[in-house]
Write a protein that binds this ligand. Structure first.
Ligand SMILES: Cc1ncc(COP(=O)(O)O)c(C=O)c1O
Length: 334
């Protein structure tokens, strides 16, 4: 019997394109490919962990049909959960932080999520955080299940089972570098683990905003002595170490700042007519800032992970007096 899960996976989630990016390859004298995750059902990479976490809960009978899936999310996981919940016959309650873009909140509401806006997403120990409020809500409501992406092993597993193998196959095993923004850590941990199992020499690099502590943890395996607010680049950066972040499969994390990320996003839009997502722009900004250290060879195969699309950040990235390029583009690929 074909399960709904299999139909979702094969038709709407995963198997996203990997495209050669001429502009960046020329600029950095190597072969740069972009994994375009905005082709997923909810137009982000987070549909993958959303589906794995929900299927796992259903299979383990943690939730009955008609129940409420609860999540703390910067928007993308919440949207994935809401859309999948609708398809599988469940409801969705999503706790988002006030830093979430207006576009993502509108999308969540339109998709049918019941949303609550919280002060921050600083982790379970903070009473005003999305995570704390989501857990409290789930514990007080019968037939509600907190998917808890920050501590759910299915988050890593989704990328280990789908994203990693896709990238390996799409590059014919030639990949030399994988570069992705890090939030919960699910993407880099799952893809990193899969790729390093194929070839230990593949470089797995993360990108986080200035002030985030994940890079410090990768390097020292301790927390920094002082925790400061990190730059607001939506989806990436943390001031705690999520359980879904496996530092063993990450070689290094580069830091980029918000201003530079916005500058790169606008510059790329003006040059190409393509709007990239906020964390995708952070990955691009890291190339600009660290190209000497990255030291790519002309024969390298570098995969940049773009989790979502710039249309989700018009108000934050693209709204102020920027010159419109001749080629107007909406869902253009790179
Ligand atoms: C836009 C965006 N970029 C990057 C990330 C980070 O991905 P991960 O949580 O797998 O580390 C997220 C996570 O929500 C995201 O929404």
């Amino acid at each position: 019997m074909i399960k709904k899960h299999d139909i979702l996976i094969s038709k709407f989630i995963g198997n996203t394109p990997l495209r050669h990016c001429d502009a960046l390859s020329t600029r950095y004298h190597t072969n740069i490919f972009i994994k375009e995750e905005f082709h997923n059902l909810g137009m982000s990479a987070k549909d993958r962990p959303a589906l794995f976490m929900m299927e796992d809960a259903i299979a383990r009978k943690k939730i009955k049909p008609g129940g409420i899936f609860v999540e703390a999310s910067s928007g993308n996981t919440g949207l994935g959960i809401t859309l999948i919940a609708k398809k599988l016959g469940y409801l969705a309650k999503i706790f988002v932080s006030q830093s979430c873009s207006k576009e993502k909140i509108d999308l969540l509401i339109k998709a049918g999520a019941d949303i609550e806006i919280c002060e921050n997403s600083n982790g379970l120990h903070d009473f005003n955080s999305t995570q704390f409020r989501a857990q409290s809500f789930a514990s007080m409501h019968p037939n509600a299940y907190f998917t808890n992406q920050y501590y759910n092993t299915q988050n890593i597993r989704a990328h280990y089972k789908t994203t990693g193998p896709e990238i390996w196959e799409q590059t014919d095993g030639d990949i030399t570098h994988f570069i992705a923004g890090v939030g919960t850590g699910g993407t880099i941990s799952g893809v990193g683990r899969f790729l390093k199992e194929q070839h230990t020499d593949i470089n797995v690099w993360g990108i986080e905003p200035s002030g985030s502590i994940l890079g410090h943890f990768v390097k020292h395996r301790t927390l920094p002595t002082s925790i400061v607010p990190f730059d607001p680049i939506e989806g990436i950066g943390r001031n705690f170490i999520p359980g879904s972040f496996d530092a063993d499969y990450v070689d290094h994390i580069f830091q980029v700042n918000c201003q530079e990320t916005k500058r790169v996003a606008k510059e790329y839009y003006n040059q190409t007519g393509i709007r990239v997502g906020f964390s995708s722009a952070a990955v691009m900004a890291s190339l600009d800032s660290y190209i000497d250290r990255m030291d790519f060879a002309p024969t390298d195969t570098v995969v940049l992970f773009f989790p979502d699309h710039g249309d989700r950040y018009i108000s934050k990235l693209y709204n102020d007096n920027i010159r419109r390029p001749h080629t107007s583009s909406n869902m253009t690929t790179f």
